[in-house]
Write a protein that binds this ligand. Structure first.
Ligand SMILES: [Zn+2]
Length: 322
């Protein structure tokens, strides 16, 4: 249901060919998509849509999107070059997304998970209230359901247009992860290119297992800012996944084509499901129902996430309202 909606809205002009950003070879778009947006010549990992990431990660047809009725509100009446709601609307039109993240549940080789993927195509995958809320809910749902959580980050960081509300998402998501850890949960963080700013400084860095895509830019401030601030040359490969792996900051670099297998193996090693859980998530309808019940229970305990409008009440900023 959810996928067809994204596909319909995605109306970006699609050329037959694109050039690889790294080796500049010309690539056939269809082949590139079949190869998970990875250059066949040099292995460069190009941008991949969140929907595509989740589709590839989860068993065919198993992913059920949740919380797609969360739309951003312009609480600060923020205007830079244009009003923030206008920017949101344009980004939604261009990307076919309602916000910078997609979240839900699915199975990976028959193992139930809660999963969320950020999408760089929507305002640079920046974390505003809705992105933060989706990540937090993914973690909370996984904790309540006692299933692993997976978050694929691809983001420039906190969304400046939401000021402090955006920075608060760092605390909210980190708090949800801390509660998950206390409950003995499993959280796998995947860092795609780029993962920077407030996203890296919060949930992206807090995985029990941290995986990264080859060549991904990972850090807090960008290399140029650091170079200019410190007035010094940075080491070769600074802030790349490979650089951080050598220094023990991430656990493993995984090619996109291997990600599903690797995550499935990690879960197999680190997690045990009850027969009831497996049964519950096998039948698609039963799974969706279970998830909604679990979220209701959480809302009863902790209330609504701040700064987010839910319950299908799209604001005038909601792309579906126009
Ligand atoms: Zn290439």
């Amino acid at each position: 249901m959810a996928w067809s909606r994204f596909r319909k809205k995605r109306d970006m002009p699609e050329g037959l060919w694109v050039n690889c950003k790294q080796c500049n070879q010309t690539l056939f778009t269809k082949e590139l998509t079949a190869n998970h947006q990875v250059c066949e010549h040099c292995g460069y990992h190009m941008h991949q849509a969140a929907s595509e990431r989740l589709e590839t990660l989860c068993d065919a047809g198993s992913f059920v999107e949740l919380w797609d009725d969360l739309f951003t509100k312009d609480r600060l009446d923020f205007i830079d070059k244009e009003p923030y709601p206008e920017k949101i609307r344009k980004s939604a039109d261009k990307s076919g997304l309602t916000e910078g993240a997609i979240a839900g549940t699915g199975t990976i080789k028959g193992q139930p998970v809660a999963a969320c993927s950020l999408d760089f195509a929507f305002m640079g995958g920046s974390m505003g209230t809705v992105v933060g809320e989706k990540v937090a809910r993914t973690i909370e749902l996984a904790t309540a359901e006692r299933i692993p959580a997976i978050v694929i980050s691809c983001s420039g960081g906190a969304r400046m247009h939401e000021g402090a509300l955006s920075l608060m998402q760092m605390g909210k998501t980190s708090g949800a992860i801390a509660r998950m850890h206390d409950a003995g949960g499993l959280y796998i963080s995947v860092l795609a290119n780029p993962t920077t700013g407030g996203v890296m400084a919060s949930f992206a860095a807090l995985g029990d297992v941290i995986l990264a895509e080859p060549g991904a830019l990972i850090g807090f401030a960008g290399p140029r800012v650091i170079r200019e601030t410190l007035r010094t040359e940075l080491p070769k490969g600074f802030q790349t996944a490979e650089f951080l792996l050598e220094r023990g900051f991430i656990d493993r670099i995984v090619k996109r084509s291997d990600l599903r297998d690797d995550i499935a193996t990690a879960i197999d090693f680190l997690w045990t499901y009850t027969d009831e859980q497996r049964e519950k998530y096998v039948v698609r309808g039963a799974r969706a129902e279970t998830v909604v019940v679990a979220r209701d229970a959480l809302e009863g305990e902790e209330g609504e996430g701040e700064g987010v409008e839910g319950g299908g009440e799209a604001t005038d900023r909601g792309p579906d309202a126009s």
